[in-house]
Ligand binder design. Structure first.
Ligand code: GDP
Length: 478
Protein backbone atom coordinates (compact mmCIF):
# COMPACT_ATOMS: atom_id res chain seq x y z
CA UNK A 1 0.00 0.00 0.00
CA UNK A 2 1.00 3.63 -0.24
CA UNK A 3 2.26 3.89 3.33
CA UNK A 4 4.81 1.11 2.85
CA UNK A 5 5.85 2.58 -0.48
CA UNK A 6 6.52 5.87 1.25
CA UNK A 7 8.63 3.95 3.75
CA UNK A 8 10.63 2.10 1.11
CA UNK A 9 11.30 5.37 -0.67
CA UNK A 10 12.29 7.02 2.57
CA UNK A 11 14.95 4.37 3.06
CA UNK A 12 16.14 5.03 -0.47
CA UNK A 13 16.61 8.64 0.52
CA UNK A 14 13.52 9.96 -1.21
CA UNK A 15 11.08 11.92 0.88
CA UNK A 16 7.66 11.68 -0.70
CA UNK A 17 4.03 11.86 0.25
CA UNK A 18 1.48 9.24 -0.66
CA UNK A 19 -0.32 11.37 -3.22
CA UNK A 20 2.73 12.78 -4.93
CA UNK A 21 3.55 11.54 -8.41
CA UNK A 22 7.01 10.08 -8.67
CA UNK A 23 9.68 11.15 -11.12
CA UNK A 24 11.45 8.75 -13.46
CA UNK A 25 14.53 8.32 -11.27
CA UNK A 26 12.45 7.50 -8.24
CA UNK A 27 10.52 4.89 -10.20
CA UNK A 28 13.75 3.28 -11.40
CA UNK A 29 15.12 3.22 -7.85
CA UNK A 30 11.94 1.76 -6.50
CA UNK A 31 11.88 -0.90 -9.19
CA UNK A 32 15.40 -1.93 -8.30
CA UNK A 33 14.60 -2.13 -4.62
CA UNK A 34 11.51 -4.24 -5.16
CA UNK A 35 13.09 -6.37 -7.88
CA UNK A 36 10.88 -5.13 -10.66
CA UNK A 37 12.15 -4.27 -14.06
CA UNK A 38 10.98 -0.72 -14.55
CA UNK A 39 11.17 0.66 -18.06
CA UNK A 40 10.59 4.35 -18.66
CA UNK A 41 9.25 5.00 -22.13
CA UNK A 42 9.63 8.53 -23.39
CA UNK A 43 6.84 10.13 -25.42
CA UNK A 44 9.22 10.20 -28.39
CA UNK A 45 9.85 6.45 -28.14
CA UNK A 46 6.17 5.87 -27.79
CA UNK A 47 5.42 7.85 -30.90
CA UNK A 48 8.17 6.08 -32.81
CA UNK A 49 6.56 2.77 -31.90
CA UNK A 50 3.17 4.07 -32.92
CA UNK A 51 4.48 5.07 -36.35
CA UNK A 52 6.32 1.77 -36.68
CA UNK A 53 3.05 -0.05 -36.19
CA UNK A 54 1.95 1.71 -39.41
CA UNK A 55 5.27 0.91 -41.08
CA UNK A 56 6.26 4.55 -40.95
CA UNK A 57 9.26 6.38 -39.63
CA UNK A 58 9.86 10.03 -38.84
CA UNK A 59 13.33 11.46 -39.16
CA UNK A 60 16.41 11.59 -41.29
CA UNK A 61 16.23 8.74 -43.74
CA UNK A 62 19.41 7.24 -44.98
CA UNK A 63 19.26 8.87 -48.37
CA UNK A 64 21.87 8.67 -51.06
CA UNK A 65 24.25 11.57 -51.00
CA UNK A 66 23.16 12.48 -54.51
CA UNK A 67 19.56 12.90 -53.32
CA UNK A 68 20.50 15.60 -50.86
CA UNK A 69 20.22 19.24 -51.88
CA UNK A 70 21.32 22.31 -49.89
CA UNK A 71 18.62 23.91 -47.76
CA UNK A 72 18.54 27.33 -46.09
CA UNK A 73 19.49 27.60 -42.41
CA UNK A 74 16.67 28.10 -39.91
CA UNK A 75 17.47 30.89 -37.46
CA UNK A 76 16.04 31.97 -34.08
CA UNK A 77 16.73 35.40 -32.61
CA UNK A 78 17.43 35.44 -28.88
CA UNK A 79 18.74 37.91 -26.32
CA UNK A 80 17.92 40.07 -23.32
CA UNK A 81 14.61 41.91 -23.16
CA UNK A 82 14.62 45.31 -24.90
CA UNK A 83 17.87 44.62 -26.70
CA UNK A 84 16.02 44.83 -30.01
CA UNK A 85 15.03 41.29 -31.05
CA UNK A 86 11.61 42.31 -32.34
CA UNK A 87 12.94 45.41 -34.03
CA UNK A 88 15.66 43.37 -35.71
CA UNK A 89 13.18 40.79 -36.99
CA UNK A 90 11.03 43.62 -38.35
CA UNK A 91 13.99 45.31 -39.99
CA UNK A 92 15.11 42.07 -41.66
CA UNK A 93 11.58 41.35 -42.80
CA UNK A 94 11.20 44.77 -44.38
CA UNK A 95 14.61 44.86 -45.99
CA UNK A 96 15.23 41.35 -47.19
CA UNK A 97 12.08 39.31 -47.39
CA UNK A 98 11.95 37.24 -50.57
CA UNK A 99 9.34 37.31 -53.34
CA UNK A 100 7.81 40.47 -52.00
CA UNK A 101 5.07 41.87 -54.18
CA UNK A 102 5.20 45.61 -54.70
CA UNK A 103 3.28 47.13 -51.83
CA UNK A 104 2.50 43.69 -50.41
CA UNK A 105 2.24 43.39 -46.68
CA UNK A 106 3.96 40.53 -44.94
CA UNK A 107 1.78 38.69 -42.51
CA UNK A 108 3.12 37.23 -39.35
CA UNK A 109 2.81 33.48 -39.77
CA UNK A 110 5.54 32.57 -37.29
CA UNK A 111 8.44 32.43 -39.70
CA UNK A 112 9.57 34.02 -42.92
CA UNK A 113 12.37 33.74 -45.45
CA UNK A 114 14.87 36.41 -46.35
CA UNK A 115 17.52 36.48 -49.04
CA UNK A 116 20.95 38.00 -49.28
CA UNK A 117 23.72 37.82 -51.79
CA UNK A 118 26.90 36.07 -50.73
CA UNK A 119 29.77 35.81 -53.23
CA UNK A 120 27.44 36.62 -56.08
CA UNK A 121 24.88 33.92 -55.23
CA UNK A 122 21.47 34.46 -53.73
CA UNK A 123 21.27 32.70 -50.38
CA UNK A 124 18.13 32.24 -48.36
CA UNK A 125 17.62 32.18 -44.63
CA UNK A 126 14.50 31.17 -42.69
CA UNK A 127 13.83 33.28 -39.63
CA UNK A 128 11.60 32.11 -36.81
CA UNK A 129 9.43 35.06 -36.00
CA UNK A 130 8.98 34.53 -32.27
CA UNK A 131 11.92 36.09 -30.51
CA UNK A 132 13.19 34.81 -27.22
CA UNK A 133 14.21 31.45 -25.94
CA UNK A 134 10.87 30.33 -24.55
CA UNK A 135 9.66 28.96 -27.87
CA UNK A 136 13.09 27.54 -28.58
CA UNK A 137 13.25 25.77 -25.24
CA UNK A 138 9.66 24.59 -25.42
CA UNK A 139 10.31 22.96 -28.78
CA UNK A 140 13.53 21.41 -27.59
CA UNK A 141 11.73 20.03 -24.57
CA UNK A 142 9.50 18.19 -27.01
CA UNK A 143 12.49 16.76 -28.79
CA UNK A 144 12.20 19.11 -31.73
CA UNK A 145 15.20 20.88 -33.10
CA UNK A 146 13.70 23.79 -34.95
CA UNK A 147 16.81 25.92 -35.20
CA UNK A 148 20.12 25.57 -37.02
CA UNK A 149 21.66 28.86 -35.90
CA UNK A 150 20.95 31.37 -33.15
CA UNK A 151 21.36 35.12 -33.61
CA UNK A 152 22.22 36.42 -30.16
CA UNK A 153 21.24 40.08 -29.89
CA UNK A 154 23.21 42.25 -27.45
CA UNK A 155 22.47 45.96 -27.14
CA UNK A 156 25.75 47.85 -27.36
CA UNK A 157 24.58 50.46 -24.86
CA UNK A 158 23.59 47.90 -22.25
CA UNK A 159 26.02 45.03 -22.75
CA UNK A 160 25.66 41.46 -21.57
CA UNK A 161 22.66 40.94 -19.28
CA UNK A 162 21.17 37.89 -17.49
CA UNK A 163 18.96 36.79 -20.38
CA UNK A 164 21.88 37.18 -22.77
CA UNK A 165 23.67 34.50 -20.78
CA UNK A 166 20.54 32.38 -20.52
CA UNK A 167 20.06 32.47 -24.28
CA UNK A 168 23.72 31.69 -24.78
CA UNK A 169 23.45 28.67 -22.53
CA UNK A 170 20.34 27.39 -24.28
CA UNK A 171 22.04 27.62 -27.65
CA UNK A 172 25.14 25.89 -26.32
CA UNK A 173 23.12 23.12 -24.70
CA UNK A 174 21.41 22.51 -28.02
CA UNK A 175 24.75 22.53 -29.83
CA UNK A 176 23.57 25.34 -32.08
CA UNK A 177 26.17 27.78 -33.47
CA UNK A 178 25.76 31.44 -32.53
CA UNK A 179 26.15 34.63 -34.52
CA UNK A 180 26.23 37.75 -32.34
CA UNK A 181 24.35 40.85 -33.44
CA UNK A 182 25.70 43.82 -31.51
CA UNK A 183 22.65 46.06 -31.80
CA UNK A 184 21.86 49.74 -31.22
CA UNK A 185 25.29 50.88 -32.41
CA UNK A 186 23.57 54.11 -33.49
CA UNK A 187 23.09 55.11 -29.87
CA UNK A 188 25.42 57.69 -28.32
CA UNK A 189 26.44 55.48 -25.40
CA UNK A 190 27.03 52.40 -27.54
CA UNK A 191 30.18 50.42 -26.82
CA UNK A 192 30.35 47.45 -29.20
CA UNK A 193 33.92 46.64 -28.17
CA UNK A 194 32.86 46.23 -24.55
CA UNK A 195 30.08 43.83 -25.57
CA UNK A 196 32.67 41.72 -27.38
CA UNK A 197 34.92 41.64 -24.33
CA UNK A 198 32.03 40.63 -22.08
CA UNK A 199 30.98 37.75 -24.29
CA UNK A 200 34.56 36.54 -24.58
CA UNK A 201 34.37 35.93 -20.86
CA UNK A 202 31.48 33.59 -21.52
CA UNK A 203 33.37 31.64 -24.14
CA UNK A 204 32.19 33.42 -27.29
CA UNK A 205 35.43 34.54 -28.93
CA UNK A 206 34.99 37.05 -31.77
CA UNK A 207 36.50 35.87 -35.03
CA UNK A 208 38.34 39.15 -35.44
CA UNK A 209 40.24 38.33 -32.24
CA UNK A 210 41.09 34.83 -33.40
CA UNK A 211 37.96 33.08 -32.07
CA UNK A 212 35.31 31.28 -34.07
CA UNK A 213 32.18 33.35 -33.46
CA UNK A 214 31.14 36.05 -35.89
CA UNK A 215 30.11 39.38 -34.35
CA UNK A 216 28.31 41.96 -36.48
CA UNK A 217 27.51 45.54 -35.50
CA UNK A 218 23.95 46.42 -36.45
CA UNK A 219 21.29 49.01 -35.88
CA UNK A 220 17.84 47.57 -36.19
CA UNK A 221 16.53 51.11 -35.99
CA UNK A 222 18.70 52.64 -38.72
CA UNK A 223 18.74 49.45 -40.75
CA UNK A 224 22.54 49.22 -40.88
CA UNK A 225 24.58 46.03 -40.86
CA UNK A 226 21.62 43.81 -41.82
CA UNK A 227 23.20 42.31 -44.94
CA UNK A 228 26.45 41.75 -43.08
CA UNK A 229 24.51 39.94 -40.35
CA UNK A 230 22.77 37.67 -42.85
CA UNK A 231 26.07 37.02 -44.58
CA UNK A 232 27.60 36.03 -41.24
CA UNK A 233 24.72 33.57 -40.74
CA UNK A 234 25.33 32.01 -44.15
CA UNK A 235 29.09 31.81 -43.61
CA UNK A 236 28.65 30.26 -40.16
CA UNK A 237 26.25 27.69 -41.60
CA UNK A 238 28.66 26.88 -44.43
CA UNK A 239 31.58 26.57 -42.04
CA UNK A 240 30.04 24.39 -39.36
CA UNK A 241 26.87 22.73 -40.62
CA UNK A 242 25.96 20.39 -43.43
CA UNK A 243 22.52 21.71 -44.23
CA UNK A 244 21.14 19.40 -46.85
CA UNK A 245 17.88 17.56 -47.26
CA UNK A 246 16.17 15.34 -49.79
CA UNK A 247 13.46 17.39 -51.49
CA UNK A 248 12.06 14.33 -53.30
CA UNK A 249 10.37 12.45 -50.51
CA UNK A 250 7.14 12.73 -48.58
CA UNK A 251 7.38 15.93 -46.61
CA UNK A 252 8.19 15.93 -42.90
CA UNK A 253 8.75 18.76 -40.49
CA UNK A 254 7.56 20.72 -37.56
CA UNK A 255 4.55 22.77 -36.51
CA UNK A 256 5.80 26.19 -35.43
CA UNK A 257 2.46 27.57 -34.35
CA UNK A 258 -1.20 26.87 -34.90
CA UNK A 259 -4.53 28.39 -34.05
CA UNK A 260 -8.18 28.28 -34.91
CA UNK A 261 -9.13 30.88 -37.48
CA UNK A 262 -12.76 31.93 -37.58
CA UNK A 263 -13.15 31.75 -41.31
CA UNK A 264 -10.52 29.22 -42.27
CA UNK A 265 -10.70 26.71 -39.45
CA UNK A 266 -7.49 25.27 -37.99
CA UNK A 267 -4.41 26.90 -39.49
CA UNK A 268 -0.87 25.77 -38.78
CA UNK A 269 2.45 27.26 -39.71
CA UNK A 270 4.76 24.42 -40.54
CA UNK A 271 8.42 24.28 -41.35
CA UNK A 272 9.41 21.63 -43.86
CA UNK A 273 12.52 19.71 -42.83
CA UNK A 274 12.68 17.15 -45.60
CA UNK A 275 10.74 16.49 -48.74
CA UNK A 276 8.31 18.81 -50.48
CA UNK A 277 4.85 19.53 -49.12
CA UNK A 278 2.21 19.93 -51.80
CA UNK A 279 -1.40 21.02 -51.97
CA UNK A 280 -3.53 17.89 -51.81
CA UNK A 281 -1.14 15.91 -49.60
CA UNK A 282 -2.63 13.92 -46.73
CA UNK A 283 -0.86 14.94 -43.56
CA UNK A 284 -0.86 14.11 -39.91
CA UNK A 285 0.41 16.73 -37.44
CA UNK A 286 0.49 15.58 -33.84
CA UNK A 287 -3.10 14.60 -33.03
CA UNK A 288 -4.47 16.55 -36.02
CA UNK A 289 -4.82 15.35 -39.57
CA UNK A 290 -6.26 16.41 -42.88
CA UNK A 291 -5.60 17.09 -46.49
CA UNK A 292 -3.66 20.22 -47.44
CA UNK A 293 -6.34 22.44 -48.93
CA UNK A 294 -4.06 25.41 -49.45
CA UNK A 295 -0.52 26.50 -48.69
CA UNK A 296 0.18 30.18 -48.07
CA UNK A 297 3.48 31.98 -47.79
CA UNK A 298 4.34 34.89 -45.51
CA UNK A 299 2.69 37.32 -47.94
CA UNK A 300 -0.60 35.49 -47.74
CA UNK A 301 -0.09 34.29 -51.31
CA UNK A 302 -1.03 30.79 -52.39
CA UNK A 303 1.90 28.54 -53.13
CA UNK A 304 1.75 25.09 -54.71
CA UNK A 305 4.49 23.53 -52.63
CA UNK A 306 6.96 24.09 -49.82
CA UNK A 307 10.50 22.76 -50.05
CA UNK A 308 12.96 22.10 -47.16
CA UNK A 309 13.33 24.99 -44.67
CA UNK A 310 10.30 26.68 -46.19
CA UNK A 311 7.74 27.93 -43.69
CA UNK A 312 4.16 27.83 -44.91
CA UNK A 313 0.66 28.20 -43.58
CA UNK A 314 -1.34 25.01 -43.98
CA UNK A 315 -5.12 25.03 -44.34
CA UNK A 316 -7.22 21.90 -44.22
CA UNK A 317 -6.40 20.29 -40.89
CA UNK A 318 -9.29 18.93 -38.86
CA UNK A 319 -7.89 20.11 -35.51
CA UNK A 320 -5.30 22.49 -34.12
CA UNK A 321 -1.93 20.79 -33.54
CA UNK A 322 0.52 22.01 -30.89
CA UNK A 323 3.63 24.08 -31.47
CA UNK A 324 6.50 21.64 -31.64
CA UNK A 325 4.41 18.75 -32.99
CA UNK A 326 5.88 16.85 -35.89
CA UNK A 327 3.99 16.65 -39.13
CA UNK A 328 4.38 14.14 -41.94
CA UNK A 329 2.77 13.33 -45.25
CA UNK A 330 1.28 9.86 -45.47
CA UNK A 331 -0.22 7.77 -48.26
CA UNK A 332 -3.86 8.70 -47.77
CA UNK A 333 -6.42 10.37 -45.53
CA UNK A 334 -7.41 7.13 -43.89
CA UNK A 335 -3.91 6.45 -42.63
CA UNK A 336 -3.56 10.06 -41.47
CA UNK A 337 -6.77 9.73 -39.49
CA UNK A 338 -5.75 6.44 -37.91
CA UNK A 339 -2.44 7.82 -36.69
CA UNK A 340 -4.06 10.99 -35.40
CA UNK A 341 -6.70 9.03 -33.53
CA UNK A 342 -4.10 6.82 -31.88
CA UNK A 343 -2.12 9.85 -30.79
CA UNK A 344 -5.21 11.50 -29.42
CA UNK A 345 -6.16 8.41 -27.46
CA UNK A 346 -2.65 8.25 -26.06
CA UNK A 347 -2.75 11.89 -24.99
CA UNK A 348 -6.09 11.38 -23.36
CA UNK A 349 -4.85 8.36 -21.46
CA UNK A 350 -1.80 10.23 -20.26
CA UNK A 351 -4.04 13.01 -19.05
CA UNK A 352 -6.30 10.57 -17.25
CA UNK A 353 -3.36 8.85 -15.62
CA UNK A 354 -2.16 12.24 -14.43
CA UNK A 355 -5.39 12.83 -12.64
CA UNK A 356 -4.20 10.64 -9.83
CA UNK A 357 -6.73 7.89 -10.16
CA UNK A 358 -9.90 9.87 -9.69
CA UNK A 359 -13.24 8.40 -10.52
CA UNK A 360 -14.99 8.77 -13.85
CA UNK A 361 -17.94 6.86 -15.17
CA UNK A 362 -15.57 5.20 -17.60
CA UNK A 363 -13.29 4.03 -14.79
CA UNK A 364 -16.29 2.62 -13.09
CA UNK A 365 -17.29 0.82 -16.23
CA UNK A 366 -13.85 -0.67 -16.73
CA UNK A 367 -13.60 -1.92 -13.15
CA UNK A 368 -16.96 -3.60 -13.68
CA UNK A 369 -15.67 -5.14 -16.88
CA UNK A 370 -12.79 -6.58 -14.94
CA UNK A 371 -15.31 -8.26 -12.71
CA UNK A 372 -14.67 -6.02 -9.75
CA UNK A 373 -17.64 -4.99 -7.71
CA UNK A 374 -18.04 -1.41 -6.88
CA UNK A 375 -19.97 1.52 -5.59
CA UNK A 376 -20.73 4.56 -7.67
CA UNK A 377 -20.93 7.75 -5.65
CA UNK A 378 -22.83 10.72 -7.00
CA UNK A 379 -23.32 14.36 -6.11
CA UNK A 380 -26.49 15.83 -7.61
CA UNK A 381 -26.98 19.49 -8.44
CA UNK A 382 -30.11 20.79 -10.13
CA UNK A 383 -31.96 23.97 -11.02
CA UNK A 384 -34.75 23.37 -8.55
CA UNK A 385 -35.51 21.14 -5.59
CA UNK A 386 -38.22 19.45 -7.65
CA UNK A 387 -35.82 18.39 -10.35
CA UNK A 388 -33.18 17.19 -7.89
CA UNK A 389 -35.79 15.07 -6.11
CA UNK A 390 -37.11 13.70 -9.39
CA UNK A 391 -33.57 12.80 -10.41
CA UNK A 392 -32.82 11.10 -7.13
CA UNK A 393 -36.10 9.17 -7.26
CA UNK A 394 -35.39 8.01 -10.76
CA UNK A 395 -31.89 6.94 -9.75
CA UNK A 396 -33.35 4.90 -6.92
CA UNK A 397 -35.44 3.02 -9.48
CA UNK A 398 -32.39 1.87 -11.41
CA UNK A 399 -31.98 -1.86 -11.28
CA UNK A 400 -28.39 -2.11 -10.21
CA UNK A 401 -26.57 -5.36 -10.73
CA UNK A 402 -25.19 -7.79 -8.21
CA UNK A 403 -22.54 -6.31 -5.96
CA UNK A 404 -22.96 -2.86 -7.40
CA UNK A 405 -24.19 0.05 -5.37
CA UNK A 406 -25.29 3.52 -6.27
CA UNK A 407 -25.14 6.14 -3.59
CA UNK A 408 -25.97 9.84 -3.67
CA UNK A 409 -23.64 11.42 -1.13
CA UNK A 410 -24.79 15.01 -1.55
CA UNK A 411 -27.48 16.96 -3.33
CA UNK A 412 -28.40 20.58 -3.74
CA UNK A 413 -30.03 23.34 -5.75
CA UNK A 414 -27.96 25.83 -7.72
CA UNK A 415 -24.70 26.03 -9.66
CA UNK A 416 -21.91 23.53 -9.14
CA UNK A 417 -19.52 25.11 -6.67
CA UNK A 418 -15.91 24.57 -5.70
CA UNK A 419 -17.15 23.01 -2.47
CA UNK A 420 -19.07 20.39 -4.50
CA UNK A 421 -15.92 19.66 -6.47
CA UNK A 422 -13.80 19.34 -3.33
CA UNK A 423 -16.25 16.87 -1.84
CA UNK A 424 -16.28 14.88 -5.08
CA UNK A 425 -12.49 14.85 -5.12
CA UNK A 426 -12.25 13.74 -1.51
CA UNK A 427 -14.70 10.90 -1.95
CA UNK A 428 -14.07 9.93 -5.58
CA UNK A 429 -17.57 10.86 -6.64
CA UNK A 430 -18.98 11.97 -9.97
CA UNK A 431 -21.00 15.20 -10.10
CA UNK A 432 -24.28 15.25 -12.01
CA UNK A 433 -25.44 18.70 -13.07
CA UNK A 434 -29.07 18.97 -14.10
CA UNK A 435 -29.82 22.23 -15.92
CA UNK A 436 -27.03 23.93 -13.99
CA UNK A 437 -23.55 25.13 -14.85
CA UNK A 438 -20.38 25.37 -12.79
CA UNK A 439 -19.69 28.54 -10.87
CA UNK A 440 -16.46 30.52 -10.48
CA UNK A 441 -13.42 28.30 -10.61
CA UNK A 442 -15.33 25.04 -10.20
CA UNK A 443 -14.47 23.78 -13.71
CA UNK A 444 -10.83 24.67 -13.29
CA UNK A 445 -10.71 22.90 -9.97
CA UNK A 446 -12.47 19.85 -11.37
CA UNK A 447 -9.96 19.69 -14.21
CA UNK A 448 -7.08 19.95 -11.82
CA UNK A 449 -8.51 17.41 -9.40
CA UNK A 450 -9.68 15.05 -12.11
CA UNK A 451 -13.29 15.21 -10.99
CA UNK A 452 -15.83 14.28 -13.60
CA UNK A 453 -18.84 16.54 -14.03
CA UNK A 454 -21.66 15.39 -16.30
CA UNK A 455 -24.34 17.78 -17.50
CA UNK A 456 -27.89 16.86 -18.41
CA UNK A 457 -31.05 18.72 -19.23
CA UNK A 458 -33.31 15.71 -19.61
CA UNK A 459 -33.76 13.34 -16.68
CA UNK A 460 -34.22 10.39 -18.97
CA UNK A 461 -30.78 10.96 -20.51
CA UNK A 462 -29.13 11.16 -17.11
CA UNK A 463 -30.76 7.96 -15.94
CA UNK A 464 -29.97 6.18 -19.17
CA UNK A 465 -26.28 7.00 -19.03
CA UNK A 466 -25.87 6.22 -15.37
CA UNK A 467 -27.72 2.97 -15.81
CA UNK A 468 -25.54 2.10 -18.78
CA UNK A 469 -22.38 2.79 -16.80
CA UNK A 470 -23.65 0.71 -13.92
CA UNK A 471 -24.15 -2.16 -16.31
CA UNK A 472 -20.76 -1.59 -17.83
CA UNK A 473 -22.30 -0.54 -21.08
CA UNK A 474 -21.49 3.13 -21.21
CA UNK A 475 -19.94 4.14 -24.46
CA UNK A 476 -16.83 6.21 -23.89
CA UNK A 477 -17.47 9.84 -24.74
CA UNK A 478 -14.96 11.24 -27.26
P1 GDP B 1 13.07 43.06 -27.60
O1 GDP B 1 12.46 43.09 -26.25
O2 GDP B 1 14.45 42.46 -27.56
O3 GDP B 1 12.23 42.46 -28.67
O4 GDP B 1 13.36 44.60 -27.99
P2 GDP B 1 12.55 45.52 -29.01
O5 GDP B 1 12.79 45.13 -30.40
O6 GDP B 1 11.15 45.64 -28.54
O7 GDP B 1 13.30 46.90 -28.77
C1 GDP B 1 13.33 47.54 -27.51
C2 GDP B 1 13.50 49.03 -27.69
O8 GDP B 1 14.77 49.32 -28.27
C3 GDP B 1 12.48 49.63 -28.61
O9 GDP B 1 12.09 50.88 -28.12
C4 GDP B 1 13.22 49.78 -29.92
O10 GDP B 1 12.72 50.83 -30.72
C5 GDP B 1 14.62 50.07 -29.44
N1 GDP B 1 15.64 49.65 -30.42
C6 GDP B 1 15.73 48.42 -30.99
N2 GDP B 1 16.77 48.38 -31.83
C7 GDP B 1 17.34 49.60 -31.79
C8 GDP B 1 18.47 50.17 -32.44
O11 GDP B 1 19.18 49.58 -33.25
N3 GDP B 1 18.77 51.47 -32.12
C9 GDP B 1 18.03 52.19 -31.24
N4 GDP B 1 18.41 53.44 -30.99
N5 GDP B 1 16.97 51.70 -30.62
C10 GDP B 1 16.61 50.40 -30.89
Amino acid sequence: DSASLVEVLFHLGEIVTATQSANDETLLLLGEELNYNVEIISPEDEDRELLESFDLEFGEHEGDDKDLAPRPPVVTVMGHVDHGKTKLLDALRNANVVDKEAGGITQSIGAYQVATEVDGTERRITLIDTPGHEAFTAMRARGAQATDIVILVVAADDGVMPQTIEALNHAKAAGVPIVVAVNKVDKPGADPIKARGQLTEYGLQPEEYGGDTMFVDVSAKAGTGLNELLEAVVLTADASLDLRANPDQNAEGLVIEAHLDRGRGPVATILVHRGTLKVGDSIVAGPAFGRVRALLDEHGENIEEATPSRPALVLGLTAVPGAGDNFMVVADDRLARQIAEKREARERNALLAQRSGRRTLEDFMSSLEKGETDELLLILKGDGSGSVEALEDALAQIDVGEGVALRVIDRGVGAITETNVMLAAASNAVIIGFNVRPQGKATELADREGVEIRYYSIIYNAIEEIEASLKGLLKPEF
